[in-house]
Design a protein around this ligand. Structure first.
Ligand code: MEV
Length: 312
């Protein structure tokens, strides 16, 4: 049996903007999607045992099958191969946590393992990027890169199709965060397309927002490297406001962001494609983390307590 894993992630700065060539900062979290793959007699079956938001697996089913086909093609494996695929692990199937990319990396690794293929990490990342196209349409590559390599990183898509810029960042020590889930399954592809359409329609407004988003990323990087967590939080708050301006936030995401700030979180923003899915709050220290998590619970939302900047 072949086995593999991929990391979940949160985006500290720059989702959506990265699709258009802006930089982004992403951190893996210590939750993974795990996959097991076995050669079978007939067809491809997927047993998805991840804990998910209601309706997540059903909604993503077709995209998941398409992603596996993309993956097999990119790996040079006959798409008619028969495989039994199992996915599970500690990363919940909530939109915004890179669950699709984590599952693609896990499945690609498990297929390679089962078929005794020697595959480099770069190739796994490239295969997962092809798989991501089924979920995100025109992905930047930030999610599959985080899912493959883990860690904290600076990412900039190469808009001419060449090698993306990926730099590892390090911080003094890992920092506690709380991820809040709206419980709503989001369609990343539709969210990415929506931003591209609105950007085309109103370039003046969008260019300004995109420019500020880029500056924020550089300021965020410096704040992380100086370990100025208050500053990181302020910049995250501003990043969330920019995401509201490009219309990818939602009522529930804003509610969770406000609730976290009210409890003393240093900053809070949506993560990933938005339109539902997840947000996260920067909550250094276990006490603040527990306080924010408890506020989410009281408000009736699911949450995940984890850390950014972990060594992977
Ligand atoms: C999704 O986690 C992040 C987006 O920027 C899409 C992408 O970069 O591929 C919304």
């Amino acid at each position: 049996m072949g086995k593999g894993s991929g990391y979940g992630k949160v985006i500290l700065f720059g989702e959506h903007f990265v699709v258009h060539g802006n930089p982004g900062i992403v951190s893996a979290i210590d939750s993974t999607t795990d996959a097991e793959v076995k050669k079978a007699a007939k067809g491809i079956t997927v047993r998805d045992e991840r804990k998910t938001a209601k309706g997540y697996s059903e909604e993503k089913r077709l995209q998941q099958l398409e992603s596996i086909q993309n993956m097999l093609r990119a790996m040079g494996v006959d798409p008619k191969i028969a495989l039994d695929i199992w996915i599970g692990g500690s990363l919940p199937g909530f939109s915004g946590l890179g669950a699709s990319a984590a599952s693609s990396v896990a499945i690609a690794r498990a297929i390679a393992h089962e078929l005794n293929m020697k595959i480099s990490e770069e190739k796994i990342n490239a295969v997962a990027y092809e798989a991501e196209k089924a979920y995100a349409g025109n992905p930047s590559g930030i999610d599959n890169t985080a899912a493959t390599y883990g860690g904290l990183m600076w990412f900039k898509k190469n808009m001419s199709g060449g090698q993306d810029l990926v730099e590892r960042l390090s911080i003094e020590e890992p920092v506690e965060i709380v991820i809040g889930s709206t419980g709503k399954v989001a369609n990343t592809k539709a969210m990415v397309e929506g931003v591209a359409e609105r950007k085309n329609r109103d370039p003046q407004k969008y260019n300004k927002v995109f420019q500020r988003a880029e500056e924020l990323c550089y300021e965020g990087r410096a704040a992380l490297e100086f370990f100025s967590l208050k500053k990181v939080g302020e910049l995250m708050n501003e990043n969330h406001r920019l995401l509201q301006e490009i219309e990818v936030s939602s009522k529930e995401l804003d509610l969770l962001v406000d609730a976290a700030k009210k409890e003393g979180a240093y900053g809070a923003k949506l993560t990933g494609g938005g339109g539902g899915g997840c947000m996260f709050a920067l909550t250094p220290g276990k006490e603040l983390q527990a306080k924010v998590a408890s506020a989410f619970k009281t408000a009736g939302f699911e949450y995940l307590m984890t850390r950014i900047g972990i060594e992977t």
